[in-house]
Ligand binder design. Structure first.
Ligand code: FE2
Ligand code: FE2
Length: 137
């Protein structure tokens, strides 16, 4: 199953669409690094980078939604916080990982599937809301 960004996930906010695509690229690199048993230092650097990028994306999106007074911002932000917690947990588990394969599955499940699901079900809701607004600030 290709776990990639597809045009079906387009929000029509170019900055956000670019960030979503970059997130998929980073998760793929991270998963591959674990699967190929790259050194701990390299994997650690990669997850650190990914965590930073995810944070950049989530906060960019939250700022955008705040600027546009998106009515469901609190619910949306709670979903983002769930993702933040999962990334933090994976970072922690990497430090003590006994079973690397288990971690690969977790990265795949949590980070990628959640992201696709979140963009489809949640981000496309705010995207529709922004499109329906007569003017943008
Ligand atoms: Fe997003
Ligand atoms: Fe989002």
């Amino acid at each position: 199953m290709p776990l990639e960004w597809t045009p079906a996930l387009q929000t029509d906010v170019p900055e956000i669409d670019e960030q979503h695509q970059e997130l998929f690229r980073r998760i793929a690199l991270f998963s591959a690094a674990i699967a190929e048993n790259k050194g701990d230092a390299e994997i650690g650097k990669m997850v650190e980078f990914m965590a930073e990028y995810a944070e950049l994306h989530l906060s960019t999106e939250e700022k955008l939604l705040q600027q546009h007074s998106f009515p469901q911002l609190a619910v949306h932000k709670a979903q983002h916080d769930y993702y933040r917690r999962n990334i933090a947990a994976i970072k922690q588990q990497l430090a003590t990982a006994a079973d690397q394969q288990e971690l690969v599955d977790k990265v795949y499940q949590i980070l990628t599937l959640w992201l696709i699901n979140h963009i489809k079900k949640m981000d496309l809701i705010w995207a529709a809301y922004l499109k329906s607004k007569p003017s943008t600030p």
